[in-house]
Unconditional design. Structure first.
Length: 364
């Protein structure tokens, strides 16, 4: 396999439209890297530049130590799996998987061996004689992946390959692609807008917004230590709760005041926020970092009115209105809550995140 390195890579479209701005990514050999972000953030454009399907406006792209800016896609030794599978409808599964090898003049015996090996890995051996129209979405996805596997490329590229599948099948295919990475020990670069896919599959996540990388790191690093408000809100499901609060200094310590609640900060956090005493900042609390309280407790609870209840079996999501903000909490399903009823939640302030109002950079 191979390393992939992007150095100050930019993509500018006609009309001086900047789609990707000075992207620097170092994908190590056998690493599974996921590019994630909202629609229009530049993640697919970045992937297409790696594949050679888009020209690089400026910067350098290296695959296996070789500068490939001007190398045609067919000579980059990469294989790409597309969102729409891109299977030939008139060919059987076997012929679809073998096609790339045939046009490269591989011996018939080697083609047969590679196709059957890939089919065995993907558990589609019984489908080799069928045509795409006779396959389910998940089966078509496996065939598309199989067509990439037979190439034995240096780098696998995936462009939102699961977005056309239903929720249950997406979960199954996530696990299968992760398992495939472990089996093949391959270098993989995967694009998705689904942060759950990113968290569950990646060795390393690249979060993008408006063509700019916001943060690169391991899944737990991005979850626990987001660099800015955007990353904090994008990673995690349901998203982090944000609210503007005032940092108030009192005799016994620092407090955050939202208007409807006034909660004391732990000592460790107080040190980081001391320079902001008397100022407003953005506070973030994840829905999973709250617990239910049977009654309001001054200085400890966020109190409000229940607006929506979402029972999910193993947990319940409760949307509450504090008067100034909407707040989402995860609580035990055994707790009974009703719409328009009063509720109190205790936030784990040790896990709260704080961001500068202007720069939106993390304070801690």
């Amino acid at each position: 396999m191979a390393e992939v390195k992007l150095i100050n890579v930019c993509k500018v479209y006609e009309g001086n439209v900047l789609a990707v701005d000075k992207v620097n990514i170092d994908v190590k050999d056998r690493e599974f890297v996921v590019l994630v972000g909202p629609s229009g953030c530049g993640k697919s454009t970045t992937l297409r530049m790696i594949a050679g399907l888009e020209d690089i406006s400026s910067g350098e792209l290296y695959i296996d130590g070789k500068l490939v800016n001007d190398v045609p896609p067919k000579d980059r030794d990469i294989a790409m799996v597309f969102q729409n599978y891109a299977l030939y409808p008139h060919m059987t599964v076997y012929e679809n998987m073998a096609f790339g090898l045939k046009i490269r003049k591989f011996p018939k015996e080697e083609i047969d061996q590679r196709v059957k090996e890939a089919a065995k890995i993907l558990d589609i051996e019984e489908l080799l004689d069928r045509k795409p129209k006779a396959l389910s979405g998940g089966q078509r996805q496996r065939v598309a992946v199989g067509r990439a596997i037979v190439r034995k490329p240096k780098v696998f590229l995936f462009d939102e390959p699961l977005s056309n599948l239903d929720a249950k099948l997406r979960v199954q295919m996530r696990a299968e692609i992760s398992g495939l990475h472990n089996k093949l020990k391959a270098t993989m670069i995967y694009v998705t807008h689904d942060q759950v896919e990113a968290l569950t599959m990646a060795d390393k996540i690249v979060v993008m917004k408006l063509g700019v990388i916001q943060q690169i790191g391991a899944p737990l690093e991005l979850y626990n230590e987001p660099r800015n408000k955007f990353v904090a809100g994008f990673i995690g499901s349901p998203p982090m709760n944000f609210m503007e609060v005032k940092i108030e200094k009192k005799a016994d310590g620092l407090y955050v005041n939202e208007g409807s609640f006034d909660i004391m900060l732990p000592e460790a956090i107080s040190k980081a926020l001391a320079p902001y005493a008397g100022q407003n900042v953005t506070m973030g609390i994840r829905p999973e970092d709250v617990t239910f309280s049977a009654k309001p407790v001054a200085g400890k609870t966020i109190d409000g009115t229940v607006s929506v209840v979402e029972p999910l079996g193993s947990e319940t999501h409760v949307f509450i209105n504090t008067g100034k903000n909407q707040f989402v909490g995860k609580i035990e399903p055994s707790v009974t809550v009703v719409v328009d009823g009063k509720i109190s939640l205790i936030p784990n302030m040790a896990k709260a995140k704080f961001f500068d109002l202007k720069t939106e950079l993390a304070i801690r």
